[in-house]
Ligand binder design. Sequence first.
Ligand SMILES: C[S@@+](CC[C@H](N)C(=O)[O-])C[C@H]1O[C@@H](n2cnc3c(N)ncnc32)[C@H](O)[C@@H]1O
Length: 311
Amino acid sequence: MVNLKHHIDFINKLVSNGGPEPHEYGEFTNWIAQIHQQLGDGTLSKSDLDTLRSCFGEALSILTLQGFALEKPHGYPGDYEILDKIYLKHTSKNPDLRKWDLYFQLQKAPIAVRNRKHYFIELCKKLAMLEKRSETINVLNIASGPCRDLFEYLSEKNDQRIMFDNVEFDPLAISYAKNICKDYLNRVNFLHTNAFDFTSEKKYRLIWSSGLFDYLNDQKFLYLMNRVLPLLEDEGEIVIGNFSTQNPTQAYMEIMGNWRLRHRTPEQLISFGEEIKFAREDIRVGKEPEGVNLFLHLKRGKHFIPAPDFS
Ligand SMILES: C[S@@+](CC[C@H](N)C(=O)[O-])C[C@H]1O[C@@H](n2cnc3c(N)ncnc32)[C@H](O)[C@@H]1O
């Protein structure tokens, strides 16, 4: 039986101050890393972790971002609501809880998520510049969630040729996204289905998916890729987001949020591309500036869509 007292004292001190102050961020991060390691080597058990989590009280309830992640009110991790709170840099108005959200939003993983919104917007802009056709450019967005990325692209009054089909299995995510994109519904279509069941006669110039494949094991990853490949135009490109093994927020996500992803290396993503018969020169792995979110690009045509600009 491990003595949890020093851990409980540490939590109580933070909770009584309403969360970590910036000068305590390092100490809190190190504490999380220690708990993560001790769970990994068996020094702490799952029930010890439950005990420690219960000491956070409201700081680990639905009222904070870390608690929202843990509670999973929509029944699955990474729902449209928490994603949009990340995009909007939401923090609680409650002064007793706000410090926890400030800490959350400063972590590398939420920053990387905000960067991937920019990655998508830039990719669409570059695609429009590259593509000379006068007719519609079809983009398929698999696991579309809140569609904050789409909304921002559309509200910048960018190229009118791009039309978006969004595959999403959560009806609440679709209502939420429809409301966000309400001024652009002539260019945005929602398909309420599981990505694994989705088929279409239509072909797409760009197939994009972020926040789905890093929840899938290797077998499902490849299965879904093989299912969506026939939907790609002859000159098309698929771009799949996946968290990198270099994710400094992994321990925080797992300990506080029980939010587990399949982290992958660029080499693993490249090998998936090769496994589904893309030549090495038709595969590239991009990343956002934090290097936390990777993007596997697979192209059928001569040129990749130029890399997104972050300057
Ligand atoms: C982490 S969010 C990502 C949303 C968006 N792509 C983004 O990056 O902001 C994942 C979304 O995928 C949806 N989703 C998860 N599994 C799915 C599946 N098998 N088919 C369709 N949608 C799925 C969830 O409902 C959720 O809205």
